[in-house]
Each structure stands twice: as C-alpha cells, then as structure tokens.
Design a protein around this ligand. Sequence first.
Ligand code: SF4
Length: 382
Amino acid sequence: MELYVHIPFCRKKCAYCDFASFAGREDDMEAYIQALLTEARMRYDGQCSVETVFIGGGTPSVLPPPLLEKLLSGLREIFSLQPGIEFTSEANPGTLTRTWLATARSFGVNRLSMGAQAAQESLLRMLGRIHTWKDVVSSFELARDCGFSNLSLDLMFGLPGQSVDMWEETLDKALELKPYHLSCYGLIPEEGTVLYRKLETAELSLPEEEEEREMYDKAVRTLSENGFEQYEISNFAKPGYACRHNLGYWRQVPYLGLGVSAASMLMEKNRDGYERTANTPDLTEYMHSIRETGSAVTERTYISPEEARFETLMLGLRTTQGVSEEAFRKMHGVELESYRGPELKRQEKLGNLMHVQGFWRLTRRGMDIQNSVLVDLMDQTD
Ligand code: SF4
C-alpha cells in the first residue's frame, strides 16, 4: 500500500493553482496535524505495510519543525513502514530551513521534490511564485548539505510569455543543479484561477500549440542527452530514481490518502473491484468531520472489474514501459489480448502503439495524440 499525506498550507496562492491549498491559515496548522493523525488511526487497519510515503501539498515545508516532527513521529508510530521505503516530501524554495530539513531527515524522509517551475524572474512573478531562481539554487544546496541526495525539480512549460529559448534556459539551469529526477508539466489553465481570468481577458496569452510541442520535444531530447530516462509522459529520472510512489499510482497499487481533498483507492472487501474515495476539500469541514466522526470522506465511487481493467490500460499507457501483459493477467485474471486485442492491434497498425516483449506502449506519435488513442480504446469498451 502507498500513503499520501496532504499538507494544504501555502505562504501565498499561486496564480495557476487549483489544488486544495490555503494561504493565511497558519493558526489551523496544529489542529490540522492532530486531525491527520486521528484520520490515520481511524483508517489504517494495520493489514498491509506501506511501500512509499508522499507528503504533498500545498507546501509541507511551511510546517514549523515541531509540527513536522509531530506529524512524522505520529505516522511512524501508526503505520508499518517497509524497510528501504521511498519517503518523499514536497518542498518549496523560499520556505526551506536547515531545522526543517534536519527534522525531515531524522524521521526518514529520503527524497525531496521541489517546485521550481521556471528560471526567469518575470515568469515566476507572473505565476505568483514566492521565490526567485536564486532561492531554488540555495534550497538545493541547503538540502544537499543536510544529507538529501535524491532531489527532484518540477518545471513548467507552455507558459504565457515563455519562449522556446526561455524554456531551454530553464532546462539548462535545472540540469546544472544535478537533480536525480525532473517533472516537466505543460500548463493547463484551470477555471477559477487568477491565471485563467487573465487569459480570458487577454491580459495574458499562451504560446502557440506548435511552440508548446517544441518545448516538450526539447525537454525529451535534452534530458535524454543528459542521461535521464523518460518513464512517463511528464517524468524523467536518472537510472534507478524513477519515483516509486508515482509508478505505484500508474500500476494501481492501492493507496490511502490522508487530509483535505485527499483521494484513496483501496480494495473492496468481498468484491472484485476497488473503492475510490475523496475527502472534503474544505479545511474547516475536514477538521470538524474528523473530530466528530473520524472520517471526512465526501465522495465514494465503486470501480467495477471492467472499469479497473480499462484503468490498467489507460494508466499503463502513460508510462514509457507501457502495459505489461503478464501484470494485466495477474491483476484481472484475463489476457490483455482477449480484453482489447483487436483494438490494440488496430492502433499498432496506425503507428500509435507498439508491442514489445510482452508490453503494449505508445509510440512517439501515439504520445502526441495520447488522448485520442485512449478515447478510441475506450469507445470500443462501450
Ligand atoms: S505552492 Fe503549489 S500548492 Fe501552493 S499555491 Fe503554489 S502551486 Fe498551489
């Protein structure tokens, strides 16, 4: 099982952010950590051990070190963690301190994922980030100094005002920091955000689609030339450093999510499918519900065996390794061939999929039109 813990506090809301994250709620931090630990005790039955932990947000690095210590020691007490576990925390430049890092390290956090986004101050300001690139560099140095070597950076492309040259500069500057892992996300403007409004009123405009594709291609090429393996559409790692937690999501390893808006996917007792749940996205309601009932689940969806089979296909095709026929058979008790054979072969003929040593994966062309390939495969399911 995987464990996700959501820390919803941020110094300031970024212009593009539609995650469950809140600025100015520092007074709620202590009660929130208490609620998280209560939820953990209520929901973990001790049946299976935890393979990976991911503390995300929000900005976990804004937690004062004593609260971080309370959270981490509580989690270690409640959960049975496997030896050699991957234990990640997200962190943001401009918030990291030596004491926070030392606390995280002493409780077993062994991987940090930092939101850097862009190397140009103009873009960082436009995104509403609280840090400069200089802060990214000094946070990296500080993290290394505190014993972290497994460091990851998040970068964004397809931003308003971003040229291909600027993106190239961001990639180069990120590579100078020698991270083990890079995530490169294309901007998706989300309704309700400041950035979305500015795009609607034409105060900002996005790069052309062709330019955005060039940025993505540049990332794939540059990172491969620098020894990174692309293991998913947006994720690149040095050999052996692919994020195990992310890979688990795409391989449908059951996960428990704690905190505001956190999602969980757990096997249904006495049924063949999964149950997917989501907690309330409202911070006050979350703490109140946990206090009163021990649960803050507001959404419950049963994923039938048929839906689970399609998810295996869809999630597997996000990864560069693809969908394993053997893993599919083990998980669902049917051959991938008999489930979607003709459709997969049709996509192979179109040059969108390839079949290599027991894996079905997207070709480079298929990656570009991934959504339409998936829609096509899905249409056949109905
Ligand atoms: S730091 Fe991350 S979670 Fe917080 S507001 Fe910015 S994008 Fe959202």
